[in-house]
Design a protein around this ligand. Structure first.
Ligand SMILES: NC(=O)c1ccc[n+]([C@@H]2O[C@H](COP(=O)([O-])OP(=O)(O)OC[C@H]3O[C@@H](n4cnc5c(N)ncnc54)[C@H](OP(=O)(O)O)[C@@H]3O)[C@@H](O)[C@H]2O)c1
Length: 280
């Protein structure tokens, strides 16, 4: 049976994944900032020592590395590491602050990278493992009003894609999971952050997108319980995906983005090639 380290199991996707992993008979070391989550006893998981909760606020610089060291000290071996904890910063770029940006990147980008960096020597020593990073469809096909959040999630997508090549020969698998809109607390006041009020010139763009985001809370098509099952299946697959989309909206947006990218690339292909030295 496998041991998983999952960040952010207090709520949302992380909580549902922790429940699914426990129900499948695996062990979970999960991180929370506050009170431990109310996870129903799954076939004696707590009694059998299959659920461990560690405190970590990933906005703090040392927290990511510390939690990894504590988790390996606890379990000895960790098979799957899931970078799940994160939040959105939505709204206009113009009215965002340095503090907002720094915190977003601390939690959504630097913490996952630090977790992976700290875990890699352990994974190498034990002969392999699987790193799953929850990005977002905003990190592959961003929509208006998500520029800052998209910047963070694109960073993670790039990190995961390139690291996959670096660590594959070491037996370490990488999967970047990009969910569409899922019915978690993500868009609740408890989670999402907004940049400052946008100028009236943005009424049709940011004004509209902010209203749509806020109105979508609790109405998202994505079911976190089903997402957890798909993530579990992906990790257990013989050939796990390096990129996995969750949700029909994510699939549609990714397809549209890829088609538009290829179409534009083709229109400019001759100019693109014209930049090579002649004869090279
Ligand atoms: N739901 C969606 O539509 C959606 C779409 C695309 C991507 N995602 C991504 O999916 C992941 C999970 O989000 P969710 O939808 O499950 O949202 P959620 O319900 O708001 O849960 C967010 C989780 O992240 C934790 N977290 C936030 N800031 C943290 C910090 N500074 N230190 C430690 N933990 C922190 C939260 O812990 P606390 O309870 O302590 O706040 C909570 O466990 C995120 O990376 C998010 O960007 C979600």
């Amino acid at each position: 049976m496998a041991t998983w380290l999952i960040t952010g199991i207090s709520r949302g996707l992380g909580l549902e994944l922790a429940k699914a992993v426990l129900a499948a008979g695996d062990t979970v070391i999960g991180t929370v900032r506050g009170a431990p989550p109310a996870i129903p006893e799954t076939e004696g998981s707590a009694a059998a020592g299959r659920l461990h909760v560690l405190k970590a606020d990933l906005a703090n610089e040392g927290a990511a590395a510390e939690v990894v060291h504590r988790a390996f000290a606890l379990a000895g071996r960790i098979d799957v590491i899931v970078n799940n904890a994160g939040y959105g910063l939505l709204g206009a770029v113009e009215t965002s602050t340095d503090d907002q940006l720094r915190r977003l990147f601390d939690v959504d980008v630097f913490a996952p990278i630090r977790i992976v960096r700290t875990a890699l020597p352990y994974l190498r020593t034990q002969g392999g493992g699987h790193i799953v990073t929850i990005t977002s469809i905003a990190g592959r096909a961003p929509s208006v009003g998500s520029a800052l959040y998209a910047a963070a999630k694109y960073a993670l997508e790039g990190f995961s894609a390139a690291l996959a090549l670096e660590v594959a020969p070491l037996g370490i698998k990488m999967t970047a999971v990009a969910p569409g809109a899922f019915r978690t607390d993500f868009l609740s006041d408890h989670s999402v952050q907004w940049s400052g009020d946008a100028d009236a010139a943005y009424a049709d763009t940011i004004g509209h997108s902010n209203a749509v985001f806020a109105g979508n809370h609790g109405r998202q098509a994505g079911d976190p319980v089903r997402a957890a099952q798909v993530m579990l299946a992906a990790v257990r697959a013989e050939s796990p995906p390096r990129q996995l989309l969750l949700g029909s909206d994510a699939l549609r947006r990714a397809r549209e983005k890829l088609s538009a990218t290829i179409a534009e690339m083709d229109v400019w292909a001759a100019q693109t090639r014209n930049t090579d030295f002649p004869g090279s």
